[in-house]
Each structure stands twice: as C-alpha cells, then as structure tokens.
Design a protein around this ligand. Sequence first.
Ligand SMILES: [Zn+2]
Length: 371
Amino acid sequence: MDKADIEAVKAANPILDVLRDLGIPAQNNRIRCLKPEGHAHGDRTPSVSVWPDRGQFKCWVCADVKGDVIDLVRLARGCTFREALDYLGRNTFGTAPLPPLRPRPKASPASAHPAPPGPGGDEPSTLQESLPALGSLLRESPPPPPDAEVEDDILRHRVLAALLEACAPISGKVAQYLQKRRIFKRTWDGQRLRMIDDYAGVSRKLEAAFGLADLERAGFFNAAGHLRFYRHKLLFPYLDPQGRAVYMQARAIEADAKPKELSMAGHIPLPYNSRLLNGEPGQIYLCEGVIDTLTLIEQGFPAVGVPGAANFKPSWAALFRNKSVHVAFDPDAPGESGAAKAIEKLQAHGIEARRLTPPTGMDLNDWFRKG
Ligand SMILES: [Zn+2]
C-alpha cells in the first residue's frame, strides 16, 4: 500500500462516518477526548474539535490526541497504524477482514500522556519489515496540522493557560488599583483576574514549557526574547462558556504607563464575560473596556464587554439572541460611533438594542459608582 492508497482510504472515510462507526458521539463537531484520563471529570465537556471538511481532529488539552481518520481509529481502538488502515479499508476496498483488536491500555497516572508514536516510537518492528514503504511514511510524514491558523490558536490558548497558571491572585498595589475603581475581591475572583507578581519567575516557567520561538510566534514574548507584559501586570482573561481562557488583555496600573492596555495577539474570539450570553431571555449591558464591564458586574448588573468601542464584531451579534441589550459605551465620538454600529448589527439579527448614555461628563464607572 503506497501513499496514494492511504489517501484513498482517507478520502473514502469521512471523519463523521468513522466516528459513528466507532460509536463515538459527536455534537457540534466536538467529541470527548480519546484519552479522558488526561482531563478533569473524564472530559465531560468535550475538548476535541473535529473538522469534517479536512478530516482532522485535535484535543485542545492533550498534545498527542490529534490527526486524521487513521489516527482516530488508532487512538479509539488502541490498534496499530496498519490495523487502523485495514479497519478503514473495509469501506475503500471491501475485502480486508476486520483486524483483531487489542484491549485499550488501562489508565494510570504515570501513563496518562505517553509520548506520541513517531520517530523511534512504538510502532511494531514487524510493520516496518513487512511494509517498508509504510514504515518510511510513518517516519517521514506525521499527520499534517489542521491548518496554520488553528494551530496558532491552539498554541496561543495553551500559552495563555500556562501564563495564568504561573500568575498570582490579585493583591497589593493591583488590589488597591481595583478597589479604587470600586471593584472588589468577589468580582476579581469570579472573573479569575490574575497578576504577574514575579516577572522573572513567570518568564522562566513559560520559556521552560514552550521555548522562545513559540512564545514569540504566539505573541507573548517580543523579538528580544522578553515577556511583553512587564508593566502590564494585571491580566483580564476572556473565558469561554466552559470557563477556559481564550483571550486576554493586560493592564498597567501606573498612571503614567502608555499604552494603558496591551492585548494578546490574534483575533478576539468572544466578548468579555461572554458566558452570560446563554440564549436565555434577559437584559444585558454591553460595555466598552474590561474595567467598565467589571464595574457593572460588581454592582450586580449582567454585563459583557468589548475591548474597545470599535471592536464589536458582526459575528458576535448572534451570541446576543434573546437578550435586550443596553449599549453603554463611553459618551465620546468613538463610543457613539461604535455604539451605533453595534446596535445596527444587533438589530439586523432581530435583537433588541438601545443606547444607554451616562450624564454628560461622566463615564460609566463614575456613574455607576455614584448611582
Ligand atoms: Zn485530551
């Protein structure tokens, strides 16, 4: 079997069909991880994305759970590459018998994440003896990545998770900064705010885990090899509905710092505090900037935020379904123009949206603190 045959096997086996055949339920192109022992709660909230158009899958947590339909069968059935090909070959050639299956290895903490097969990996030597072409294919062509953009997203999310993990809870000057804005512990804990209190230590941990090249590629380190958030030590993670950080903004707390905020590289996947956008009927306040959003959250208002007035993405409008939206951007020119655009996009989706303007000369933070 040569490379063209393998491509034929893949082409004849759409990944969603293979999942169904394997008895793995997929919902919205997500499945539970094939190595659930590497996850909390056995990956009850599915962590593996499936791309039907490319025939690929990838776990957002486990580095070694990814690939094409052949890898999927290998992982799901605990079989070899060759056995997976035979299994899939039924659909392609109609003649190959079902391979005998090995039992899946039992999970144990020590073997939760074995090294992926590859050069010098765990493929049996008999395979390479009987199928030299396949053996060299295994050595030379690991499964291609889904695509560069998805790979970059995955890298950014992993670095972000590691950064937040290496950071400290809010205290000291950062706590004072927030308290001065009437934002208190209940809110900063609820939103999982963190601070970089040990810049050198955090830098070292990230470098040890990822290496400088990937940290630069992901936009967390600059070209000189330094973590970008030196003065910007207060971190606001953007959490997805599963509570995973998918984006971040960093804020400097010194009055003279410019710019006041630094954003993470890459696209902004969701508004801030988007977990409130659950499709259930209710009021929602749409704020400009994280500090304004936190101010309203502290006061008990259901609030979500955009990083800046011009950052409301058309693709976000649908997330606000069933909500009645009060757009509380700043009463200045960028705020007015951004609010008008956001309202237009929301209304185009049949979502009720109106402008909420604080009295002249007050921003939302002042207004809600006084009110
Ligand atoms: Zn996983």
